[in-house]
Design a binder for this molecule. Sequence first.
Ligand SMILES: NC(=O)c1ccc[n+]([C@@H]2O[C@H](COP(=O)([O-])OP(=O)(O)OC[C@H]3O[C@@H](n4cnc5c(N)ncnc54)[C@H](OP(=O)(O)O)[C@@H]3O)[C@@H](O)[C@H]2O)c1
Length: 447
Amino acid sequence: MEFEKGISDFYAGRSIFITGATGFVGKCILNKLLTSCSEIVRIYALVRVKPDSMDEIQQGNTQSGIVDSKVFELILKDRPDLLDKICYLKGDMTLPNCGFDKAIMELIRDVEIVIHCAGAIYFNMNLPQVMKINVGGTYNVLTVAMSMRNVKAFVYVSTAFCMHHDTPLEEKVYETNIGPLEAWKSFQNMSQECLQSLTKTILEEKPNSYSYSKYMAENLVESFKDQIPVCVVRPGAILGAYKEPFLGWSNTSSSISRYYHMLFSGYYQTLLINQNGTFAVTPVDYAVNTILAAAWRRGAFSDSGFVVYNCVPTAENLVLHGQIINWGYESVTKGSNPLVRYIFSPGYSTSNYIFRLKNRLCFEVCSLLKDPWSRNRKHSLENQLKKFKIAETFMPFSLNEWNFITTNMKQLHQEMNPEDQKIFYIDFGQINWECFVKSFVDGLSLY
Ligand SMILES: NC(=O)c1ccc[n+]([C@@H]2O[C@H](COP(=O)([O-])OP(=O)(O)OC[C@H]3O[C@@H](n4cnc5c(N)ncnc54)[C@H](OP(=O)(O)O)[C@@H]3O)[C@@H](O)[C@H]2O)c1
């Protein structure tokens, strides 16, 4: 049986097509593939080329573009030849066939594994824009995969926050009442008034437009399950690395990560957070390992079928918002961390009114003490209001209790052989959250 060979052997001799390789998660996937699955034949990476880097990333070039990132430091030092396995393909997933011409389509026809990790990850994008990338883009990637001769596994990277928090999120795709493609196309031509009222309705059910687009994209992916061996991995908030590529490494511009950066830096003295609420945090290496293991399971177990994995902390080892903040605070206040702006240890409030009031008071008193005659107070106040708005964007996550079923995740772990369980670690029960948070915070000033 092929699964007995283990994960690295599954990738050996095969080629892979990946989207989002220039992003936070994508770079870590490339690194893990090259270090732990070094017998892989070729990694075709879809790269969106910005006008100013047109000459830098030439089609098929293997040594430019993304590998200058710190993630690849060890590979560059020890095995730079491995980087030759990456082949960049200029494209854009919002274009039909991702913008690939016939020659490129021919080049990737023998790819057997597809990892679709690209996406728009900002919470407050307008619906047409986020749907175009996350739903339209996913459709184009699925179409490209359909043209491949022998796809063994297609992994879609979604989010654990794709639904409302009111019931535990099961490891299944939740049905939409309108087809994802239909929704994407109709949003593109809608009047501003219609869009505004639709967005309002959607946001009563979903945390934000991003969540809605991922929920729609999951549905689209599932609709291809009879044609391509698809599966879905749903990470929580990806904050940083637990072990790989480096302890505490992070390089993300995601909304949640930027928000946590602000929290740890003391942008608010009172936090709009339920300190006793759990938070679905996923170290980037756990997300990466789950994605690679999910492809292995889909491809190696012919009967595994369409599976969704909630890649989040398991009930046995949850982490609370209050713990994260307190460990982070301890970390930033030790020594002379350049991040720190806290005046005293942070307080919490679950009322937006109290949150604003306390921060406003603190701000007024501090700025008066600092410079009683300042003329810049109005400008600073505007900045304060912006910060309040950012905190409010996170209210669905910071105030509510989110629960997840993780049966498929546990099964995935159990089906790995003992060696793979060490190399492609995904057991959330093993995480020391205090160590994770403290090294993440250290990493913020380090990297
Ligand atoms: N970060 C998190 O906390 C988190 C949590 C749960 C799930 N996820 C999911 O994980 C995936 C990766 O997230 P990330 O944190 O790595 O995001 P990221 O750092 O913002 O990377 C996004 C990637 O998508 C690419 N992309 C965007 N639009 C594209 C287009 N039209 N055509 C081709 N490529 C395009 C970007 O390319 P450019 O470099 O050209 O912009 C980049 O490589 C996403 O699907 C996200 O929804 C992330």
